[in-house]
Structures are given as structure tokens and as C-alpha cells.
Write a protein that binds this ligand. Structure first.
Ligand code: NDP
Ligand code: 2IT
Length: 449
């Protein structure tokens, strides 16, 4: 298809010029602008009010140094970031990623996507993302704590429960959120809902840990039911990753009667034809922080294969990428299609390259884009914020029911938006359009400058 309107071409050319070389950010922007062609054609006022120009430019971007002392007494320095992308519909909201690959482009693509995802949840949250090029792997708890404390010593001046509310992402889980929260409280003398994903003893919400993975399955089930009149029960599922999103995607898929046969990390993947053993996986990943190769040594019949990409050559009905961006390229998509995959839903953000998405869509494979299918994590963060404001805690069942309803709504709103704008069945376009319309309306209502 490609971008054809003069207005959108111009917006993209400006981003390309100003943000040259930020490949992930450019990829994310291009996809959204392409989806918005029919919307812009119907709403000439967006150009007059510079809505797209404003959406692709972060409202604020901070970069800071994070010095910390390692266990040998040596000072190390990492680079920290927070992008506050868009606050039209609520306080900035989005995760923190600690991974050596974190850079401006990665943070900006994630913050940009978050704006539309948060809008889709129906909750009042703007888009943000942050992180650092720190690698928590192989670090002691003390090193991780000192890093988190230094990171928060700077970040605290930019965030707040009505300003910007960070959470976890790759490399940031319960341990890191605890250290970050502890430092915020110490510096600001304020116990407040400034982070989500908190421990249950400190204002956390039940279901937040499980939410992204569970939400992914609620979305996938609704997509299968509505578009193919099928259920997830009895399906063979391939999952990549073995972190927070992957583990709880595997758990919910298994509870719903599917058989998940894989899990992976950046070193390789395991195949367990009997269905992944969650007890072993959780012990290995959540408790021991070990490698997935260990799984095959502990579970009879399971095999380990070097290299993470091979996971997409395993035959399945449903594929759920839950590791990182661009993990499914055109070649992997072709392998999945060749093996008869029926549905793909993204747990990781921008899991699929544009070539991969095109392959799925042209082959009639149902495709759930991350903004829609992985929104359960941030949606439950939104529910944690509500509980913090109320100073109450809801039960597991209450939160889970709200999460389920939000994911079903996201599917239908995306589906309807695609249909309304002449792209029936294209959930990429539908999610982009549905997410965009609410943000654009808020921006128009609030005035231009
Ligand atoms: P975790 O850190 O818990 O797990 C990440 C997993 O992905 C690990 O198995 C990791 O393997 C693998 N991985 C990470 N980077 C790479 C890479 N470059 N190549 C191959 N494998 C890689 O993170 P989460 O589970 O929280 O996040 C996974 C994805 O889900 C991310 O894209 C994140 O943005 C997205 N997401 C997360 C949400 C959340 O609430 N946590 C919400 C919505 C989306 P290894 O240990 O070898 O690095
Ligand atoms: O990508 C994401 O949506 C997240 N990492 C969750 C963000 C959040 O604020 O819960």
C-alpha cells in the first residue's frame, strides 16, 4: 500500500530527516501513518491543527547518566532515558526497559506505540517509555539495587502519580520495581502510586504480574471466535521468550486447553511436545534466573535447540511472539504460513517486521498487532492506579474480569474501526485508527498550543 497522501508523506519526510537512523522509531511511525490514510482523507482538520506532526514528536525527552558502584567497588556509568510522548488523554504511562540494546530509537518507538495502546484500553493514560542500556543479567541483587537507586534519583524529578507513571518491561520486573519504588519514597517522602507492578504489600494489584500474558490469550480467543468461529482449546501453540509475558501467556493458554510446545530466550529454544511444564519453567526463570537450555536437562522428552529464530519453524496453529521487537521477519512468517499457522498475536511490542505482517495478511492468517493484543499489561496498570487512588484493593476475580472485558472491547473496537474505514479484517489498521481517534479528539479539544 504505502503512504500516498501529500500531508502524511510530508509528516513522514520530516521524521525521516529529523530522526534519521532511528530505524525502530521510523518503522513504527510509518506503519501508523499508513493506516491513517483514510482517516486523514475524511478529516481535513487534522492537517490544519497539525495533529500528526504533534503526534510523532515527543512532548518531552530526557536522557541522563546513571552512575553506580559495582561489587568490586568500581564506578560504572549507564545511560538512562524517559520519553513522555503524549499526554492528551491522561498522565504519561509506560514501562521501563533495562537491556543493552536500549537506545533513543528503541525508547521512542515504544513510547510512540504506547500512546495508541493506552488509548485502546479505554483508560485515561498518555504514552511514555523509558529505560537504560544496563544489563541486569549476571549482576548481583546489590548491583541491581544500586543501579535502580541511581536511576530513580534522577527519574524522580520527572515523574509523579498525576504526571508520569512508569512500570516494568524487558529486564524490569518485581525486583527492580521494588528498588525503584523504595528509592522514590526515600527521596520524595511520599508513598504514592507513582509506579505500577508494585508488590501486593505496597499498593500493587492482583493480576498485574499475569496481565500481559493473560490479556494476550483473552484477545487471541476473541479474535479466533469472532473471525474464524474457532476456540483456542485443542490448538498447538508456539510461544517465544520465557520472561514475564511468555510465562503467563503459556499459563493462560494451557488453562484454556491449548498445548504450548515451546519457550525461548536469546540463546535458543526448547520444544516440549507434552506441553510446557510451568512449574519447571517458573522455578527456572522466576526463581533461579537461569537459561532456557536448563529446561531440557530437567524435563524428560524436551529438546533444546541453539538459536532463538528456529522457534518459528515449529508447526503450530497459533504463534505468540513474546520476546522482543522484529523477532518474526519475512522468512519466519513464511515458515509459519508454510506450516499452516491460523493466527498470530503479538505479546512483544512490534514483534513482526513489515514484511512479516504483509506475509500473514496476504495469506489470510489472523494477525493481532501488539498495540491491541498486548495491552492487557498496561490496562491492569491502569486498574492498579485506580485502586491506588481509591486506597482499596480489588480481588483477583474482579481485576481479571475487568481485564478480560477490556481485551474483548479492544478486539471489537479495532475490528470495527478497520471495517468502517474500508479495511475489514485488518487489525493493524483498525488498532491504529481506533487508538488514534480518541487521542486526536482530545488534542483538538484541548487547543493547539
Ligand atoms: P522479560 O525481561 O521478562 O523477558 C524477556 C524475554 O525475551 C526473555 O526470555 C529474553 O531472553 C527474551 N529476549 C529479550 N530480548 C531479546 C532479544 N534481543 N533476542 C531474543 N530474545 C530476547 O520481559 P517481558 O516478558 O516483560 O517483555 C517481553 C516483551 O513483551 C517485550 O517486547 C515487552 O516490551 C513486551 N511487553 C511487556 C509488558 C509487561 O507488562 N512486562 C507489557 C506489554 C508488552 P534473554 O533472557 O536471553 O534476554
Ligand atoms: O509495553 C507495555 O505496555 C508495558 N511494558 C507495560 C507498561 C505499563 O505501564 O504497565
Amino acid at each position: 500500500m504505502g503512504i500516498t497522501s501529500a500531508y502524511l508523506k510530508n509528516v513522514y519526510a520530516t521524521v525521516e530527516r529529523r530522526d534519521a537512523g532511528e530505524s525502530e522509531f521510523l518503522q513504527a511511525v510509518y506503519e501508523v501513518l499508513e493506516s491513517l490514510e483514510p482517516v486523514v482523507a475524511k478529516h481535513p482538520e487534522y492537517e490544519r491543527y497539525g495533529i500528526l506532526e504533534r503526534l510523532v514528536e515527543p512532548e518531552r525527552f530526557v536522557q541522563f547518566s546513571v552512575p553506580w558502584v559495582d561489587d568490586s567497588g568500581k564506578v560504572q556509568v549507564n545511560r538512562g532515558y524517559r520519553v513522555q510522548f503524549n499526554s492528551a488523554i491522561g498522565p504519561y504511562k509506560g514501562g521501563l526497559r533495562f537491556h543493552p540494546s536500549v537506545c533513543i530509537s528503541v525508547i521512542k518507538f515504544l513510547g510512540f506505540e504506547q500512546t495508541f495502546k493506552n488509548s485502546l484500553t479505554g483508560l485515561p493514560m498518555g504514552g511514555a517509555k523509558g529505560g537504560a542500556d544496563f544489563n541486569p543479567k549476571g549482576k548481583s541483587d546489590g548491583e541491581v539495587m544500586r543501579f535502580c537507586q541511581s536511576f530513580m534519583t534522577e527519574l524522580q524529578r520527572h515523574i509523579g502519580s498525576w504526571t508520569d507513571v512508569p512500570a516494568g518491561d524487558i529486564g524490569v520486573g518485581a525486583r527492580e520495581i521494588g528498588f525503584l519504588y523504595g528509592q522514590y519514597k526515600r527521596v520524595r517522602n511520599e508513598a504514592t502510586g507513582v509506579l505500577t507492578g508494585k508488590h501486593l504489600t505496597s499498593g500493587g494489584s492482583l493480576v498485574r504480574k499475569e496481565a500481559t500474558g493473560y490479556g494476550l490469550l483473552y484477545f487471541t480467543s476473541e479474535m479466533l471466535k469472532s473471525m474464524k468461529n474457532e476456540g483456542i482449546k485443542g490448538k498447538t501453540v508456539v510461544v517465544s521468550g520465557s520472561g514475564n509475558v511468555a510465562i503467563y501467556a503459556i499459563e493462560k493458554a494451557t488453562q484454556l486447553g491449548a498445548k504450548v510446545i515451546t519457550a525461548s530466550d536469546s540463546g535458543g529454544y526448547i520444544v516440549d511436545k507434552n506441553g510446557v511444564n510451568l512449574e519447571v519453567l517458573k522455578q527456572l526463570k522466576e526463581v533461579e534466573r537461569g537459561r532456557i537450555s536448563e529446561y531440557a536437562k530437567r524435563v524428560p522428552g524436551a529438546e533444546y535447540h541453539e538459536g532463538w529464530k528456529g522457534v518459528w519453524t515449529e508447526k503450530c496453529d497459533v504463534a505468540l511472539p513474546c520476546a522482543t521487537q522484529n523477532e518474526i521477519d519475512g522468512e519466519s512468517a513464511a515458515a509459519l504460513v508454510g506450516n499452516g499457522v491460523m493466527a498470530v498475536a503479538e505479546g512483544s511490542n512490534m514483534s513482526t517486521t513489515p514484511e512479516g505482517v504483509e506475509k500473514f495478511q496476504k495469506s489470510g492468517v489472523l494477525f493481532g498487532p501488539a498495540k491491541a493484543s498486548n495491552a492487557g499489561g498496561v490496562a491492569t496498570s491502569g486498574l492498579e492506579m485506580t485502586q491506588n487512588s481509591q486506597r482499596l484493593s480489588w480481588t483477583f476475580e474482579e481485576v481479571d474480569a475487568k481485564l478480560g472485558q477490556i481485551m474483548v472491547n479492544i478486539f471489537h473496537n479495532s475490528y470495527k474501526a478497520a471495517e468502517e474505514y474500508g479495511m475489514k479484517g485488518n487489525l493493524v489498521a483498525g488498532a491504529n485508527i481506533a487508538g488514534f481517534l480518541k487521542v486526536a479528539m482530545a488534542m483538538l479539544w484541548q487547543g493547539t498550543v
